[in-house]
Design a protein around this ligand. Structure first.
Ligand SMILES: Nc1ncnc2c1ncn2[C@@H]1O[C@H](COP(=O)(O)OP(=O)(O)OP(=O)(O)O)[C@@H](O)[C@H]1O
Ligand SMILES: [Mg+2]
Length: 286
């Protein structure tokens, strides 16, 4: 029989891992800090106290987190939360008003070459006449290819093979489906041998079959110890197999921890419903 003295000496249940009913309520302005990466792990990305205003509007407020070498991190949050602005700050396209971004110990500008970026599909001009092979080589060179060398062709083909897109090498970009386009962009990013991959909603606008193939690919990348990734998505459930950790951003870091901790936390579900992002923990919909 358990006496009340026994009950007092029992350790409290760990936050977020037990049944939701045992998780104590937390005030909305207190961030959830779950299991964070070990302090001594080398970091490929360090975002420290990043603050950004557009006019009077505070879009990023004292954002701090880091990504250790080889970790796959999911960045989620409701529309307008500042996710794209944060990615732009990491890519050196937006200068923070305060705080800093370090990539493998370098400034955002110096570290840019260590990042492979897969933009949102809508960012690409679909009518531009180019083949996947040309798109990959142009990105490696920083200018449009006149003649592709054998070495460039070999590298590009190896990357297309990795993403299951070999047969598309000489197709026209404008003829590709959403899923095929994303596979080409993933190959294009991988060809630069990045230390950090940045994927902005890679399954948005992709049908269910193509989505599963992309998630499989991301899971494979996430298993590689040498490459870290930040994946922006509204669909936490879909990336369960890839993402070790999640940062939940809403102008500031509202939660940071293991995928399992965030998806089990009752307060976080409440935050997401309150902020109108009904898809954040749902089964479908980017
Ligand atoms: N260049 C800019 N000038 C003024 N306001 C901007 C600019 N860029 C973004 N914003 C504003 O900053 C806020 C955050 O935008 P951001 O695109 O970073 O959000 P997001 O989390 O990526 O949203 P979504 O999920 O819709 O893509 C929005 O209110 C947006 O209107
Ligand atoms: Mg965005």
């Amino acid at each position: 029989m358990t006496t009340s003295a026994d009950a007092k000496s029992m350790p409290p249940p760990s936050r977020g891992l037990g049944p939701a009913s045992r998780v104590p309520r937390r005030p909305a302005d207190v961030p959830f800090m779950g299991t964070l990466p070990p302090d001594d792990a080398p970091r490929v990305l360090e975002v420290a106290n990043v603050t950004k205003k557009f006019g009077d509007k505070l879009v990023l407020d004292d954002v701090t987190f880091h990504v250790p070498v080889g970790e796959f991190l999911c960045l989620c949050g409701p529309n307008g939360a500042g996710k794209s602005t944060l990615l732009k700050a990491i890519l050196g396209l937006v200068t923070p008003d305060k705080g800093s971004v370090r990539i493998a110990g370098l400034s955002a500008r110096e570290g840019r070459s260590k990042i492979g970026y897969v933009p949102q599909r809508k960012a690409f001009d679909r009518d531009f006449p180019a083949s996947p092979l040309e798109v990959i080589v142009a990105n490696l060179r920083g200018r449009w290819p006149l003649r592709i060398t054998n070495a460039e062709r070999e590298l590009a083909m190896a990357m297309l093979e990795k993403t299951g897109a070999t047969s598309l090498a000489n197709a026209q970009m404008r003829d590709l489906s959403g899923g095929e386009t994303q596979r080409v962009f993933l190959a294009r990013a991988l060809a630069t041998k990045p230390e950090l991959l940045i994927l902005d909603e890679p399954t948005a606008g992709v049908d269910v079959g193509g989505r599963a193939a992309i998630v499989d690919l991301m899971a494979e990348i996430s298993g590689s110890a040498s490459i870290a990734a930040i994946l922006v998505t509204h669909n936490l459930q879909a990336v369960a197999r890839c993402a070790e950790r999640v940062v939940y951003l809403e102008r500031t870091v509202r939660a940071w921890g293991l995928w399992s901790e965030l998806s089990a936390d009752q307060d976080l579900s409440a935050i997401q419903i309150a902020s109108g992002d009904h898809h954040a923990l749902a089964m479908d919909g980017d």
